[in-house]
Every structure is written in C-alpha cells, then in structure tokens.
Design a protein around this ligand. Structure first.
Ligand code: MG
Ligand code: MG
Length: 250
C-alpha cells in the first residue's frame, strides 16, 4: 500500500509541475502514465469498471472549473490562465492500490477560487486528523462538513471516501457530510475505525449548491449550478495510536 501510494504521489507531483496555460489534459495524462510505467505500476482508472458499458479510457481524471471529478483527458481540453484543475490518479503496484487527487490554479486565479482550494485542502487535513482508532467514520464526515460549511461552501453528497486495498473501491464508505439529527438515510452507517484500515478521504467542495450531474460522456461530473468546485484526496492507514499514515504523501 505504501509503495502504491508513493507511486501515485509521484505521478501527481509530475503533473503538478507540468500544469501551465496551454497544456492539454491529454498531455497531463501521458505524464502520469509514464511515471506509472517507470515504477512498474498500472493505472487503476484505465478500463474501470471492468465489464461495465463505459470503461474509463485514461490513466487520470482531469476536471476543470465547474467539473468536479471524472473528467476524461482530451487533446482539445487545454488549460487556460485562471482555470482551476483537479487531477486524480490511481496506481496499482503488486496488487495494491493508491488513490489521490488535488486541485490547483493555472497561473493566476481569483481570490475566491484560491479560497475554495485552500478550504478543501484544509478540510481533507481535518478529516485525516480525525481518522484515528477509537473514532468512527461519522467523526470524519461531521468534521469535514462543519469546516466547509463554516466557510460558506457546500460539500457534495453523492460521492464519498472509500476503502482502498487490493481494489480501488472497497466496502468502507466515508461521506463528507452526515444527516442532521434523527434523520436516517440508506447507506449511512457509522463504522468504528480500527488500526490497519486503509481508505481514501476525498472532500469535494462547491462554491454554490452541493448538487451535481453527470454529462453525456457518462463520466464527467459537474456542479448543477455551474459553480466552481475543488477536490483533494489521500489514501491513508489508521494506526494503533495518533494520526494515520498518509500513504499517498511523498
Ligand atoms: Mg481518486
Ligand atoms: Mg477515490
């Protein structure tokens, strides 16, 4: 898991260094694919989900501005000064998976876009800090939601953090919000966090409303109101004591 995470982090780092006005999301995809090849890893996203009607066609997902996640890299999607771009990559190494993402500005971005990215990254750090043995998944969800909403942004409901191991998506689900009061919804079960659990936390934050929709390409998720959005993700491991290991950090 550590090595898969490290390779994922190297791919993200290589893309971070390459982001500039004029580069296409296809070129960023090729940069990540090359890092994975160099480290004898394969792409967790490529062909995902196996056997599905619309297998994902690339190594990374690249999502620009009001695109939240799952954007398909294309040679004609070229980054412009002032855009924000979310890049997500998963590496498989010797049967284990790493999954990580970040959002960054292209050149100079607006103050509000920068604040959105800062709040989302900080929300991930807060969630990670709560991922301790003795806590439950709900502790993470509530901490992320409270922090984001305190800053006037909204957390996306439809997509959650997830167990990561030999598969990219394993059973544990960690939403970035939690139903208030006695409200109970299907799929919301708070699980105790045990040492050795490995999972991805990935807050997705919108400037406007939390609602999203999927485009006709079957993949790209955008905000319904067209507002800017950001996404940060790490794969982590719960330890017996103290904060978790961040497996996708260098
Ligand atoms: Mg991811
Ligand atoms: Mg993920």
């Amino acid at each position: 898991m550590r090595e898969a995470g490290r390779i994922t982090a190297l791919a993200l780092q290589a893309m971070r260094e390459a982001v500039r006005p004029g580069i296409s999301t296809q070129e960023l995809d090729e940069i990540a694919a090359e890092v994975l090849r160099q480290h004898h890893a394969t792409a967790a996203f490529l062909g995902y989900p196996p056997g599905g009607p619309h297998p994902f066609p690339a190594t990374i997902t690249a999502s620009i501005n009001n695109e939240l996640v799952h954007g398909i890299p294309r040679p004609d999607r070229v980054l412009q000064e002032g855009d924000i771009v979310s890049l997500d990559c998963g590496a498989v190494y010797e049967g284990f998976v790493g999954d990580s993402a970040f959002t960054m500005g292209v050149g100079q971005v607006s103050d509000e876009a920068q604040r959105l990215m800062d709040v989302t990254e900080e929300a991930l750090a807060i969630g990670i800090d709560r991922a301790r043995a003795g806590n439950e998944t709900r502790d993470i969800s509530l901490a992320v939601q409270k922090f984001v909403e305190k800053h006037g942004f909204s957390v996306v409901r439809e997509y959650t953090g997830h167990g990561v191991g030999r598969s990219m998506h394993e059973d544990l689900q960690i939403p970035n919000w939690w139903p208030a009061g006695r409200q109970r919804r299907r799929g919301f079960r708070s699980e105790p966090l045990l040492p050795g659990y490995t999972f991805a936390l990935e807050p997705m934050v919108n400037i406007g409303q939390p609602d999203t929709k999927v485009l006709d390409d079957h993949w790209t998720v955008v905000t319904r109101d067209g507002s800017l959005c950001a996404h940060f993700e790490h794969t982590i491991a719960v330890t017996p004591e103290g904060p978790p290991m961040i497996l996708t950090a260098l």
